[in-house]
Write a protein that binds this ligand. Sequence first.
Ligand code: DOR
Ligand code: ZN
Length: 357
Amino acid sequence: MQNCTDNTIQSITIIRPDDWHVHVRDGAMLQHVLPHTARQFGRAIIMPNLKPPVTTTAQALAYRERIVAALLSAIDKDGVSKFQPLMTLYLTDNMSPDEIHRAKESGLIHAVKFYPAGATTNSDAGVTALRRCYPVLEAMQEVGMPLLVHGEVTDPAIDIFDREAVFIEKVMQPLRRDMPELKVVFEHITTKDAAQYVTEADGRIAATITAHHLLYNRNEIFKGGMRPHYYCLPVLKREEHRQALIVAATSGNERFFLGTDSAPHDKNLKEHACACAGCYTALHAMELYAEAFDQAGALDKLEAFASFNGPKFYDLPRNVGTITMRRENWIVPVELPFNAGVIVPLNGGAGMNWKLL
Ligand code: DOR
Ligand code: ZN
C-alpha cells in the first residue's frame, strides 16, 4: 500500500481508548504485563483462556480480584489505577444457561468467548459442536451478552491460511441465522473475506482488528529466517488481506474497533521447536496503531476506531480523559525481563515513529 503519511501532523490527542481483546495471563506474568495495558487504555476485555480456563462467574470474579490487586501494586504509575478490567467467560460444551444469568447479574462480566476446541492456545476445553451450546447462546441473546468468536475452523484438512474464510460459511453464517439477535464480535479478523462479511451482514455484529494484522503480511514471519515473534493465530495473511483490514479500520464504519490480542508468552516458549502463537503488543499498542493509521493517511480515523466504536457496541460510555501521542523516534526494547522470565515485544529493536506521552 502507498505510504500516505502526512508529516505535518506532529501530535495527536484522542479520548482514552479501550482494548477490546487482550490476554493479561496470571501470576508473575500478569504483574509484569498489566501496567503496559493500563497505561494506555481505560478498559480492556480480558480473555479467559487461563489454565484452567475461566468458565464460571466465581472464577471470573476471583480473576478480576487478582487483576485489581496487580493494578494496586502499580498504582504509583500515572493513570494506572483508573483502569477497569472487563471480564469474560470461556464457553464450553457443558456450560449451563444459569451461568449466563449469574454472569449478567454480577455486572462485571461483559462477554463470553467461543474458542473452537483446538483452535489456539489453551483452547482444548473449547467448544466441540456449537449446537451443544444453543441453550447458553439463547440465554446470552436474551440478556444481551455478546459472544466473542475465535473465527477459525479446526479441521486439519483445511489449509491454515483458509481457516477464517471457511469458518464464515461453516460456522458464522449458520450461527447468526439461528441466533439473529445475538450480539457477536468476530475477533481479530485477518482476511478480506471477514472484513467484507462484517461490513455487509445484517444484525448486531462487529469485529476487532489487531495492530499487527494492520501492519504486517505473512512475509514478516519468514523474513531472513523463521521469526516466531510474528507468529500468532489467526496467522498473518497475504498483503491483499492486510490492505482490506486497513480499509475496514480506517473506513469510519462503527462495526470495526480496536482489539490488540496482545498475547505474551515466555521467550523460551516462543523461541522453541513448537513455538506458541501470540504477539506481545501491549507495551506499545497505541503507537503501533498510530503507525498503521499514519501510513494509511488516516490518523483522523484513529479516535473512532480506538475510543468510540467499541463502547458503543458494548453499551458502555466513552472514557473520560485523553491520551496524546507525538511524532518521535524511539527504539522498541529487544527484551522485557521480569522476575519469572523474559517477554520479547513485537518489533523489538526496531524504530517507532509515534510515542505515547
Ligand atoms: O496468537 C494467539 N495467541 N491467538 C490466540 O487466539 C490466543 C493467543 C494466546 O492466548 O496466546
Ligand atoms: Zn486472543
